[in-house]
Design a protein around this ligand. Structure first.
Ligand SMILES: Cc1ncc(COP(=O)(O)O)c(C=O)c1O
Length: 391
């Protein structure tokens, strides 16, 4: 069976995971990651959401409005609320998965102190236009508004040739196994400013916990993931997942609850950084494969009337190849019968979720319609997925 996603692990990742005597990898991973994505500093955390939480804390933001897309991973909004701030949601622009520029401008108020510029699926936002909007608002309200690039899907995405990480005050990354490259679990902040980086390190030292069993648990997880994603085993995994027996491992949110996982504040560990460093070395190859695979799927889709996707974009990192289908379950079931699992990313619009209705300010029709129609195709290197006749 072809899974909807699969981490790009090979023998070199096993070697990295098992190199128990290699030390100093967290700092080395932070430095190499920062240099690869053109920033001066990197600070690693347990998850991407922890990275965002830490940033909002070190900038001293509390009871402030933080703008983010309505159509993004809900853990982003969780980090905003749990850091004692107020999420303000902006709907997607028509014909784009990212938030609308007009919606962003309209959402800015005198209480806005930060903006999450999310480059969903790896499609870069116009970071220069965002900077102009923010500059105008800063002049109007007379205070700084922090700009955070959310690069969880867009490691290395470029806007007009320039990496999006070069813009704004900081960038955040998530690096769990569903991401383009991963450090088993993990998150990173990249920034250009030394004080922010030093404050993040102090925050980590003061607020993150050491857990002696974490490395062992991560090793077990790494082994389990390698077994689970083996094509001979994945059919069984998929069966268990469909029946809800793997919820503990795969479900990352609950409709009515705003909470972090129990390990959110653990210090990053060596095995995570070793695997992360190895993955980073393979980054260019992984992206080239994903783009090639995505192009091969997009071109035939473009001629169809029952499904919509954006044209191929050579600057997009294709963390996921998402299309909007009129009849999503027909597509999912058709491919399931052919041994292929399609995904349903993202299947919610945050302000319509039970826990977030209290933060809703009106309607978010574009993201709502996306959440009902989105399907994503396997694009992981080596997946050999092809659109089938009759789909
Ligand atoms: C767009 C986006 N931002 C941030 C994150 C946070 O990453 P993490 O799951 O490591 O907390 C995710 C997670 O999937 C994401 O999709």
């Amino acid at each position: 069976m072809i899974p909807r996603l699969k981490p790009s692990y090979d023998l070199s990742d096993w070697k990295a995971a098992l190199s128990f005597f290699s030390k100093g990898n967290v700092q080395a991973f932070e430095d190499e990651f920062a240099s690869k994505f053109e920033c001066a500093h990197g600070v690693m955390f347990a998850h991407g959401r922890t990275a965002l939480y830490a940033l909002l804390k070190v900038w001293g933001l509390e009871h402030s409005e933080v703008i983010c897309p309505a159509y993004t991973c809900v853990v982003v909004a969780d980090a905003i609320v749990l850091s004692s701030n107020i999420p303000v949601f902006v709907d997607c622009g028509e014909g784009s998965f990212n938030m609308s520029y007009e919606g962003l401008e309209a959402a800015l108020t005198e209480k806005t102190r930060a903006i999450l510029v999310t480059h969903l699926w790896g499609y870069a936002m116009d970071v220069e236009r965002v900077a102009e909007i923010v500059n105008r608002a800063e002049k109007k309200y007379g205070h700084k508004i922090y700009v955070i690039q959310d690069c969880a899907h867009s490691y290395g995405a470029r806007w007009q040739g320039k990496m999006v990480t070069r813009f704004g005050d900081a960038s955040i990354f998530g690096s769990n196994i569903a991401k383009i490259i991963n450090s088993i679990f993990g998150g990173m902040v990249l920034c250009h400013d030394q004080t922010t980086s030093e404050n993040l390190r102090t925050f980590r030292q003061q607020h993150c916990r050491r857990d002696r069993s974490k490395s062992f648990k991560r090793l077990l997880y790494f082994v389990a993931v390698n077994v689970a994603f083996n094509h001979l085993v994945y059919g069984l995994v998929h069966f268990l997942e469909r029946n809800g027996w793997l919820d503990r491992f795969v479900k990352y949110y609950e409709e009515g609850v705003i909470a972090f996982p129990a390990d959110w504040d653990l210090l990053p560990c060596e095995i995570e950084a070793r695997v992360g460093r190895n993955q980073l070395r393979k980054y260019d190859r992984i992206i080239a494969d994903r783009q090639k695979q995505s192009r091969a799927i997009i071109e035939p889709l473009e001629t169809r009337k029952d499904i919509w996707c954006l044209p191929f974009d050579p600057d997009c990192t294709y963390s996921h190849l998402v299309a909007l289908a009129e009849d999503r379950s027909r597509w999912m079931n058709f491919y399931l019968r052919h041994g292929v699992q399609l995904g349903m990313l993202i299947e919610y619009s945050i302000p319509y979720m039970k826990a977030y209705r209290q933060y809703s300010r009106g309607d978010y029709p574009v993201s709502k319609s996306y959440s009902e129609r989105a399907i994503n195709f396997p694009t992981w290197p080596g997946c050999d997925f092809e659109l089938k006749e009759g789909s």
